[in-house]
Structure formats: structure tokens, C-alpha cells
Design a protein around this ligand. Structure first.
Ligand code: ADP
Ligand code: MG
Length: 256
């Protein structure tokens, strides 16, 4: 990629991010800055706060403390932009999310799943939304499935529809939460291929994954979340291939 990571302005940032559920402190002050076109992988044990962290990044979870910045402006606690703050609605519209369990609309076709956001949220005309959706479905290799319902698709196909649906909103950042964890092993590759293509095309992404080889391949940076803090951060080489921290060593060796 030709972009200079040192000088390009961050698209999304978390500063001293905290999140508690009642007495349970899940995120204990995390910092992250994602430059345009950067891919960050988040790894860490189950329960370490990975999902909570990326859900806070698009305010699906409201942080208990700290700040989210989008395009270097503070995200406020209102839905609408106000007093120079970015609204939660604006943030969500520009920060796409893909989940482990797809979360497709079961009563809508593949095409309708992909056009729903643009038509409802962006008021895009049907025709235009459908043309763009067909382009995106072709990109993820599913144009021929446009009229199918999700229940007739494999897990890998469902996840590729979910990715096309997120892309239909033309996001500036894409958050992926263990998007291959619910898939049969033989279907993982087709989804990773799509994500790899997005990375090559310059999409800014934060990817929670247990696929260590994939994380090492696509990520510019890898963060190890452990007990609610970023315990290690660095290149894939440092964090995944040559870990120094004993807890990280133990974690990574389980996925070798
Ligand atoms: P990870 O994605 O790394 O497995 P999570 O972010 O899902 O971790 O969860 C971190 C911790 O927060 C866990 O102890 C989990 O039980 C707890 N937690 C997550 N969501 C909620 C919630 N809505 N209410 C209460 N506790 C939660
Ligand atoms: Mg999780």
C-alpha cells in the first residue's frame, strides 16, 4: 500500500476506553488509533473483552468512560450530530460491523438483505440500491444467489452476504467480530478470501479473530487483549510469530 501510515490521519480512535457491566470491569482503559487503510487484528482469550471493545467502537455498547473519535471529532452521547460532536447515528452509518452469527434478516432475500440499509437509512432509490447490491454480491461471489433466502445458504455464503450488506453502506471502517468462528472448517477459506480482498483494496478494518495465520498475513498491527487491557501490541511478527509475554506465548501456541 502506498499510504504513509505515520502521517495519515486516524479514521477512528479510542482513548482511555472503559466499559463495566455493573461491578464487572471489562475494559480497563484501552487506546486504539486506526489510520485509513490500516488493518488491525485483535486477538485474546475468550472473555477478554474483544467483542465489547469493537462494539464500543461503533457505540453498539455505550462506553462507561473514555472517548471515541471519528474523523478526529469526539463522538457524543446523542444520536444526532450536535455542537461539533459526531452523533452515534452518523458513527454507525460509517462504521460497518459483521458478526459471528451473521444476523441476516431471515424473511428477506439475499438482495433485500443487502439493499435494506441503503434504502431505509440512506434513502437510496430502489433501482440504484439494487444495482449496487448486485455489484457487491458479484464481488463476494454470490450474484447467482440474489433471490435466495438465508436459510437456503451455507454458513460461508451467509457470512459473505453479511459482508456485502455491511459494504452496501459504503463504510469507512469495517469491524469484524469472529466472522469465521461459527463456520465449518471447509467454509472458512471462502470468507477469509473476501476479507483479504478488502484489505488489499485498502479497507480500514479491525478484525477479531482466532485465525492466527490469517491475522499474521493481513494485519498491519496485532493487539493482544488480556483481562481488559491491551497487553501487547506490535507487528504480526512481534505479537504472533515471536511473542515474548508468557501469557501471549501460551495463548498463541494453542492456535498453532
Ligand atoms: P470476548 O469477545 O473477548 O470473548 P466479551 O467482550 O464478549 O469478550 O466479554 C467480556 C466480559 O464481559 C465477559 O466476562 C462477559 O461475560 C462480559 N459481558 C459481555 N457482555 C455483557 C453484558 N451485556 N452484560 C454483562 N456482562 C457482559
Ligand atoms: Mg467475542
Amino acid at each position: 500500500m502506498s499510504m504513509n501510515k505515520e502521517t495519515s490521519a486516524p479514521v477512528i480512535e479510542a482513548v482511555s476506553l472503559r466499559k463495566s457491566y455493573g461491578p464487572l470491569e471489562v475494559l480497563k482503559g484501552l487506546d486504539l488509533s486506526l489510520a485509513r487503510g490500516e488493518v488491525v487484528a485483535l486477538i485474546g482469550p475468550s472473555g477478554s473483552g474483544k467483542s465489547t471493545f469493537i462494539r464500543c467502537l461503533n457505540m453498539m455498547e455505550i462506553p462507561s468512560g473514555g472517548t471515541i473519535l471519528f474523523r478526529q471529532k469526539k463522538v457524543g452521547d446523542r444520536f444526532r450530530d450536535k455542537d461539533g460532536d459526531i452523533g452515534i447515528g452518523t458513527l454507525r452509518r460509517h462504521v460497518g460491523m459483521v458478526f459471528q452469527h451473521f444476523n441476516l434478516f431471515p424473511h428477506k432475500t439475499v438482495l433485500q438483505n443487502v439493499t435494506e440499509g441503503p434504502i431505509v437509512v440512506c434513502k437510496t432509490p430502489h433501482r440504484e440500491a439494487e444495482e449496487r447490491a448486485m455489484d457487491l454480491l458479484a464481488k463476494v461471489g454470490l450474484a447467482e444467489k440474489h433471490a435466495a433466502y438465508p436459510s437456503h445458504l451455507s454458513g460461508g455464503q451467509k457470512q459473505r452476504v453479511a459482508i456485502a450488506r455491511a459494504l452496501a453502506m459504503d463504510p469507512e471502517v469495517l469491524l469484524l467480530d469472529e466472522v469465521t468462528s461459527a463456520l465449518d472448517p471447509e467454509l472458512v477459506g471462502e470468507v477469509l478470501t473476501v476479507i483479504r480482498q478488502l484489505a488489499d483494496a485498502g479497507m480500514t478494518m479491525a478484525i477479531v479473530t482466532h485465525e492466527m495465520a490469517f491475522a499474521a498475513e493481513v494485519a498491519n498491527r496485532v493487539l493482544f487483549l488480556d483481562q481488559g487491557v491491551i497487553a501487547e501490541a506490535g507487528s504480526a511478527d512481534e505479537v504472533i510469530l515471536n511473542p515474548q509475554n508468557p501469557r501471549l506465548q501460551a495463548f498463541v501456541s494453542r492456535f498453532r
